[in-house]
Design a protein around this ligand. Structure first.
Ligand SMILES: *[C@@H]1O[C@H](CO)[C@@H](O)[C@H](O)[C@H]1NC(C)=O
Ligand SMILES: *[C@@H]1O[C@H](CO)[C@@H](O)[C@H](O)[C@H]1NC(C)=O
Ligand SMILES: *[C@@H]1O[C@H](CO)[C@@H](O)[C@H](O)[C@H]1NC(C)=O
Length: 283
């Protein structure tokens, strides 16, 4: 019953998919949708039972230096809300390299959406998956700040709980990767000040280090055995040159006892992270 009501609300929501690079996403949009058809779709065109929503390039972004790593313009899909949902907004940050020049792209996108009617929202949801989920954690309070205090604003981060985990070689692959982003892009300036004042900028990419300061209701959806994190953060090729993890990380039933023990140790780290959620999750 509750679910039915929610689905109906979703249909009524203005739906915006903000994309920092081309299409991408946890649902592998680019595999299942034909990008050139999408780009040429007319508003609300129905193709084979799918609602096709055209891509809007943010033309004003170039002048603000808010372009993607390859120089292309950021973009979004926008489907306006209807009826009682006309002023309900769902903004979804796609899984992409949004955070690389994320701040300027995010600001250019929000400015344009506000001018398209989001300033009249009576409720607004910021959502995102994977890298988009991480961007939600980083922007949730900022998004909330766009609206007057009486407007209901919530965030949902799907598979965005990237952990500062120790990999199978005892290193910290993901921390090293974020360190590179901080150095390459000077991204630290856009990370929460009260995290960067206390620890290295690279650590302030991790939700576990910034959750305590988030004031807006934020819901996480994350599996304990996050496939991407196991394959790219815990047991990447660089940490497993002999390929001992190759089979296990693709099919858990082939893991030996030692590997299971390692994964379960990591999953308890994930459970520790859930404690942080109690603090942030006050919906
Ligand atoms: C995508 O759509 C265009 C235009 O309809 C078509 O020419 C092209 O072959 C399609 N590409 C794929 C991979 O289906
Ligand atoms: C961080 O910022 C939040 C919100 O501005 C504030 O409530 C909190 O006390 C700050 N935390 C620290 C450790 O400064
Ligand atoms: C996973 O490995 C088991 C045991 O070797 C095998 O029976 C199963 O088919 C594999 N599953 C997949 C999806 O490959």
């Amino acid at each position: 019953m509750k679910m039915e009501k929610m689905m109906k609300m979703n249909v009524l929501f203005a739906l915006v998919l903000v994309s920092g690079l081309a299409l991408g996403g946890c649902t592998k949009d680019d595999d299942t949708w034909n990008v050139s058809e999408l780009a040429n779709a007319r508003e609300d065109q129905d193709v084979g039972g799918l609602l096709m929503v055209p891509l809007t390039l943010i033309q004003s972004a170039a002048g603000k230096g808010a372009v993607c790593m390859d120089g292309s313009l950021p973009a979004y899909h926008f489907d306006p809300g209807h009826g009682s949902g006309a002023n309900s907004w769902l903004v979804n940050l796609e899984d992409s390299g949004l955070y690389f020049r994320g701040q300027r792209i995010y600001e250019a996108a929000m400015e344009e959406l506000m001018s398209k009617g989001m300033r009249n929202a009576d409720q607004a949801f910021l959502s995102g998956c994977s890298a988009g989920g991480l961007a939600v954690v980083q922007h949730c309070d900022e998004f909330h700040g766009l609206f007057p205090a009486n407007i209901k604003v919530k965030c949902i981060a799907d598979a965005g709980l990237f952990l500062d985990a120790v990999d199978v070689a005892g290193g910290r692959t993901l921390r090293g990767f974020y360190g590179g982003v901080v150095n390459l892009q000077g991204a630290a300036a856009n990370l929460p000040k009260n995290c960067t004042s206390q620890m290295d900028g690279a650590l302030c990419f991790f939700p576990e280090n910034i959750l305590n300061n988030i004031q807006t209701p934020l819901l996480f959806v994350n599996t304990a055995y996050d496939v991407w994190q196991i394959q790219e953060s815990l047991a990447p090729k660089s940490a497993d040159p002999t390929g001992y993890w190759d089979s296990c990380k693709k099919n858990y039933t082939t893991c030996d006892a030692k590997q299971i023990q390692f994964l379960q140790g990591t999953s308890s780290a994930i459970h520790i992270t859930w404690l942080y959620l109690d603090i942030a999750f006050n919906v």
